[in-house]
Write a protein that binds this ligand. Sequence first.
Ligand code: ADP
Ligand code: ASP
Ligand code: MG
Length: 460
Amino acid sequence: MIVMKFGGTSVEDAKAIKNLTEIVRKELPRRPIVIVSACSGITNQLLLAATLASQGKKEEALNTVAAIEARHKRIAKELFEGDILRFLNKHLTSVGEELTALVNGVIVLGELTHRSLDTFAAYGERISSLIIHHYFEQQRLKSFWVDARSFMITDDQYTKAVPQFEVTERKLREIVQPKVNNGYVVISQGFIGSTPSGVTTSIGRGGSDYSAAIIGALLDAEDIQIWTDVDGILSSDPTVVKDARKIKVMSFNEAAELAYFGARVLHPETILPAVKKNIPVRVLNSKNPGSSGTLIVSKPKTDKRCIVKSIAYKEGITLVSIVSTRMFLATGFLENIFDVFHKYQTVVHTVATSEVSVTATIDNTKHLAQIVRELKAFATVTVTDRKAIVCIVGDNLRNSPGLAVRMLAPISDVNINMISQGASEINLSFVIDEDSVDDVVLRLHAELFANAGNFPEIFE
Ligand code: ADP
Ligand code: ASP
Ligand code: MG
């Protein structure tokens, strides 16, 4: 059995759905479970409708709902005719009515909870998967549609709910496995789940990759395929670096580090379940299915050489510099600092320390004011926003003499606020002004990948 996950652009219109169907057909002998995202842009529109409603902008909210309904009806019209088209139109009309009722509810209440946001957002995947299921059937694929909320059981941290693996595995084995065994292509949704008591949740933006990985790992898939709109994981974000190279093979660690530091192509949590079961993950291009994509495995067969694989970046970073108000490093200084971040559930991405000072980077500034207030009890604190982390990833980077020089030489005129290397063997990262990110990434890429052609087994 394999899991095939198709992202937003891979299900964006009738043409994409036809294309996806042929990709799935080729894999029928491997018994695919197909996990889909909402059509591209739809999750944003659903959340926009909810937000407009919470601001009392009824007409704009309802126009957004109408646009969502119309987009799906257009897709259905291109794919179907007769009874099935009538059925889907009726269904989409009632989805429009349900969303209208939700909009009105939010307007009356004048508040929008995270729980409501998840209810809105879940419609995207629910609709796209249903359309695709009917298209599979029309194309004579033996298809079985499952509502992911029946098996993906999560806690109730709405908008970023945490899947509960034990019960999810039990449900998957009860509901999904028998259908796969009976030769059905199971089609279901990424991103959404439900609490044990049945309230709709979502596992965070971009979470469909994670859904696919969980399903694959819990059901011991042979392969987890992430179908997207680029040829695989590239040496940098192709929207910035037009000539980014495709990476053929990389390690789980490298992929996790890249995802964590901003490479949107893979949700950061995707790798974990796959690592635990040692299931290879493949990133593939639905617009170019002939390409071999990127293979992510625990230990790539490539050697122990240190080769920079990719450059990622993360914008919207805030630097918090904390200097002890005592002259000497008081015991417990670091502990006190991290206790404060922990208390406010704020993740620290990178840290640099000297004897009496610590610089930490964060991107969640929701509790920044409280954090600073508490830190000021024992330190002076300076906060600088609009920063970015640039992160260079490659196995064995720590053992690479001269890399720091190679990395910094092409950007010697750039003011670097902080550098961090060594914590992980595979990541070297530094913090700069957000405004210079594109320029820095381009210059670094030109320098670090000038010789990529010498490694045909790694880059394409
Ligand atoms: P999907 O909807 O299929 O999940 P995403 O938009 O989430 O797709 O992720 C794919 C996008 O990630 C690509 O179109 C690309 O612009 C972006 N991206 C950023 N960094 C990288 C990278 N290093 N390699 C490949 N794609 C990247
Ligand atoms: N549709 C969701 C989003 O846009 C989940 C996903 O596509 O991975 O965030
Ligand atoms: Mg994605």
